[in-house]
Design a protein around this ligand. Structure first.
Ligand code: BG6
Length: 473
């Protein structure tokens, strides 16, 4: 068995990391716009430091990003040249509903995405659309407190109804929330949460998660009602936790950490809160307000497929003295068997196969790898070319492991979209120099550069991979 003939090869981006044009054509302000580069960034994305507007003395990379808003036709043309079968992108909520609680959508925002999808269609590229990729209208945060408020379900429902209706026939594959488990680690990005001193952060995060889970199930219901062809996926920031040692306490801790992430997908895919989570919430005195109707919605509208990002496996131990890796939103112990990227992300291709097996064993639904890649500094050589063999090596090893998961383990896999197929702003650090693309964009961390697009060596390599359906790596 090899990869399916209609395997969806492609690349992935997110609106706030590439579009720019933050204030054009009626777009409103979102949380992701007001996250600057620099040392405060992590405190802001984790909801510990409040920044709900632009402040003097900071650089906000999402304002212009790589200006894909004005370059999308050329960029999609390049994707088509690589042979993309799919392009994963996200909708900027504030282009459609600038404040988030309006009754009528902004036509200019809808027209922008309609043209983008038609551009994809003209090249035979299937859009894979993330409805929310870390974005939340600022007005909804200021006025309602973001996803801690149940009213968010209603605003999200309005958004998805508009999207599914308007883009019926143009878009079939949808993801409800990017990396839904990120709410635990970067709650300002994951759910527009900012905490006041003394608040019970855990309870607020799980309440917000409940609202997102219900909203996701409602979106699935509405999507299927509007067009039975629609395929709805959940999206997990995946990467199995390994125990550092065979000490039973380490093994158990690894299982607990895996549960922490699978909790979200268990609800979205199996349709109910898993017993281990209910017990843990009870032990921690966390009371989630939920209605009988919520439970019915969750039960009856589970996802069609499971999508996930994979960059690295993770390691845990009960021994606090061991060395941790740098630069991760997800903290991990250093794995002595693995090399790491320049940002400290440990490189583990076999871990992708392990992770795919763990997810498939658990849910028995088709999988979709919607993010994978290497963030690295690219330096043009004397002739201006970027010879990114390190990126090719990373992707080759991961695609090989992915194929083994399909060919040797029998996993049903719909497709693979590498992250940041064109260089874009890093979500974690806000940098431009942390590049993932096959296409180089001339722009630096401070926002200088011509925005010119140039093919890297990996461009032709990926083209060959797609043309051979993964046989020629
Ligand atoms: C995922 C996100 O967490 O990882 C992307 O869905 C993000 O938005 C990607 O860009 C890579 O992380 P970073 O921090 O290198 O941009």
């Amino acid at each position: 068995m090899s990869l399916r003939a209609d395997f969806l090869w492609g690349g992935a981006t997110a609106a706030n990391q590439c579009e720019g044009a933050y204030n054009l054509d009626g777009r409103g302000l979102a949380n992701v716009d007001v996250v600057p580069t620099g040392k405060e960034r992590f405190d802001i994305i984790s909801g510990k430091r409040k920044m709900l507007d632009f402040e003097e003395g900071y650089f906000y990379p999402a304002k212009e990003a790589i200006d894909m808003y004005h370059h999308y036709k050329d960029d999609i043309k390049l994707f088509a040249e690589m042979g993309f079968k799919t392009y994963r992108l996200s909708i900027a909520w504030t282009r459609i509903f600038p404040k988030g609680d309006e009754l009528e959508p902004n036509e200019q925002g809808l027209a922008f995405y309609e043209d983008l999808f038609k551009t994809c269609q003209a090249y035979g590229i299937e859009p894979l659309v993330t409805i929310t990729h870390f974005d939340c209208p600022i007005h909804l945060i200021k006025e309602y407190g973001g996803w801690r408020n149940r009213k968010m379900i209603e605003f999200y429902e309005r958004l998805v109804r508009v999207l599914f209706t308007r883009f019926k026939g143009l878009v079939k594959y949808w993801l409800t929330f990017n990396e839904i488990n990120m709410i635990l680690h970067a709650p300002f990005m994951g759910a527009g949460l900012v905490f006041e001193d003394g608040e019970n952060e855990e309870e607020i995060k799980y309440q917000a998660a409940h609202h997102e889970l219900v909203a996701s199930a409602l979106a699935t219901k509405i999507a299927h009602e509007i067009d039975p062809e629609n395929m709805i996926g959940c999206m997990l920031a995946a990467g199995e936790y390994y125990p550092l040692t065979p000490k039973p306490e380490d093994v158990f801790l690894a299982q607990e950490k895996n549960h922490e992430n699978y909790f979200f997908i268990d609800v979205q895919s199996r349709g109910e809160y898993p017993a281990y989570a209910l017990k843990q919430l009870e032990r921690n005195n966390i009371m989630i307000k939920m209605t009988e109707e919520d439970l019915d919605t969750l039960k009856n509208h589970t996802v069609d497929f499971i999508s996930f990002s994979y960059y690295s496996s993770r390691v845990v131990t009960t021994d606090d003295s061991v060395e941790k890796t740098a630069g991760n939103i997800f903290k991990s112990v250093k794995n002595p068997y693995l090399e790491a990227s320049e940002w400290g992300w440990q490189i583990d291709p076999l871990g992708l196969r392990t992770t795919m097996n763990a997810i498939y064993d658990r849910y028995q639904k088709p999988l979709f790898i919607v993010e994978n890649g290497l963030g690295a500094i690219d330096t043009p050589d004397e002739s201006g070319n970027i010879i990114d063999d390190y990126r090719i090596d990373y992707l080759r090893a991961h695609i090989q492991a992915m194929k083994e998961a399909v060919e040797l383990d029998g996993i049903d896999l719909l497709g693979y979209t590498s992250w940041g197929c064109i260089d874009l702003v890093s979500a974690g650090t806000g940098e431009m120099k942390k590049r993932y693309g096959f296409i180089y964009v001339d722009r630096d961390n401070e926002g200088n550069g011509t925005l010119t697009r140039t093919k890297k060596k990996s461009f032709d390599w990926y083209k060959k991979v797609i043309a051979s359906n993964g046989e020629d790596l």
